[in-house]
Design a protein around this ligand. Structure first.
Ligand code: AMP
Ligand code: GLY
Length: 429
């Protein structure tokens, strides 16, 4: 098989890493890829979100399968263009990708099919309407920009003044871009978050192992939201009974609801859950694998990823093929100093070889590029130091030991990925 992977972050490096381990795979291209992916695939300097450019590339290289990593190509209609040519591709249609591309669309779907989610106060097209609605909501309130905002579109407002400030920035100063033109207000949920991601061919689906992301930049969940500072996976995140509830009350009604609405869904579907006192509720959908969740999930696979994704592309997913290692995994993200705000790039990265010598560790690249014989930083999230081991504690220890071998100027990472889970277990909870 010759496979094209679209994207250039840690999630795509994880996909390339596991696809390359398949004996069926003869060649992998990645567009655009990054400094680490370049060691495992042929990187093509093409913007994955540019549908016409990707179609032209695929015409030239004729991959047997294309796997889409990020949301932008999906929201821009890439898979529709591929299916029109009868090219095998993993990822939902443009219409189905609205689950991530429009929070109002996904909220309406949840409500229409009675899937548990936070109560919506309303969706508004003008700041005046939002200010008026803010007079009759309970604080804290969650404010969401309808469209894609690169992770900056959700704000938990403690009071009216903070809410007004966010709405002003989104709707009057256009700081979030067009994604912020429409605003949704919803009830704030309390509980532990969980990323539940499934793979579906439109008819059958298979859940991937559960993961937990750490969105805030600093330890103790302090500071601004990021794309994700680290993730871990262990089956203990989701006990069997809860898993059954998630499947019967959330996953199945969602897939059936989409099909009933005439929007079949194929690809990865990320369901962001809040485990509340009154049961699991949907926070958000993403039309793709999470990043860094993908790194933690793929570290645990015990199946041939190329075979399974090719099955999805052909509409014949066989869920029993998705076998998982019973162990745990962790991914610690190393970022440029200043991220998610302004940061400098071009810093030389040392210690990558020493880090990968640690048993069970794989360093997955995100914002890196090659500069001569060196690897240098080129983005906010730079590396995802990923480890699999027999227990979560051991996976975290290996990931942190590997992270301590790596250095670049300004490097930052959270020291408490998974600490809450291991702390609870140590306390016998
Ligand atoms: P995003 O990935 O940008 O859609 O942001 C989603 C994040 O916002 C989630 O991971 C939660 O931390 C938070 N969030 C979204 N909706 C709610 C809600 N109703 N209550 C509490 N937190 C929420
Ligand atoms: N890590 C969260 C996301 O990929 O959206």
């Amino acid at each position: 098989m010759r496979i094209l992977v679209l994207g250039g972050g840690g999630r795509e490096h994880a996909l390339v890493w596991k696809l390359k381990q398949s004996p069926r795979v003869e060649k992998i291209w990645c567009a655009p890829g990054n400094g680490g992916i370049a060691a495992d695939a042929e990187c093509m300097a093409i913007d994955a979100g540019d549908v016409a450019a990707v179609v032209a590339l695929a015409e030239k290289i004729q991959p047997d399968l294309t796997v889409v990593g990020p949301e932008l190509p999906l929201v821009n209609g890439l898979t529709d263009a591929f299916r029109h040519q009868n090219w095998a591709v993993v990822g939902p249609s443009q219409k189905a990708a609205q689950l991530e591309g429009s929070k109002v669309f996904s909220k309406e779907l949840l409500q229409r099919h009675r899937i548990p989610t936070a109560r919506m106060y309303g969706a508004f097209d003008s700041p005046q309407e939002v200010y008026k609605a803010l007079n009759s909501v309970k604080f804290p309130v969650v404010i969401k920009a309808d469209g894609l905002c690169a992770g900056k579109g959700v704000f938990l407002a403690p009071d009216f003044a903070a809410a007004k400030d966010f709405v002003e920035r989104a709707m009057e100063k256009n700081e979030l871009g067009p994604g912020g033109n429409r605003i949704l207000l919803e009830e704030a949920l309390e509980g532990e978050e969980l990323s539940f991601i499934i793979l579906t061919d439109g008819k059958r689906y298979a859940p991937l192992v559960p993961t937990r992301d750490h969105k805030r930049v600093f330890d103790g969940n302090q500071g601004p939201n990021t794309g994700g500072m680290g993730a871990y996976s262990t089956d203990e995140l989701l006990p069997e009974r809860l898993r059954e509830t998630v499947r019967s009350a959330i996953v199945e009604p969602t897939l059936q609801g989409l099909a009933a609405d005439g929007i079949p869904y194929q690809g990865f579907l990320y369901i962001g859950l809040m485990l509340t006192k009154s049961g699991p509720k949907v926070l958000e959908f993403n039309c793709r694998l999470g990043d860094p969740e993908a790194q933690a999930i793929l570290a645990r696979i015990d199946f041939d990823l190329a075979e399974v994704l090719s099955d999805v592309g052909a509409g014949r997913l066989a869920p029993p093929k998705l076998c998982w290692k019973t162990d745990a995994s962790a991914c610690v993200v190393l970022t440029s100093g200043g991220y998610p705000g302004r940061f400098e790039a071009g810093k030389k990265i040392d210690g990558l070889t020493a880090a990968e010598r640690i048993t069970g560790v794989k360093v997955l690249h995100a914002g890196t590029k090659l500069a001569g014989s060196s690897v240098v930083t080129s983005g906010g999230r730079v590396l995802g130091v990923t480890a699999a081991a027999a227990s979560l504690k051991a996976a975290l220890a290996s990931a942190y030991e590997a992270a301590s071998k790596i250095h670049f100027e300004g490097m930052h990472y959270r020291k408490d990925i998974g600490a809450h889970a291991t702390g609870l277990r140590a306390a016998g909870d």
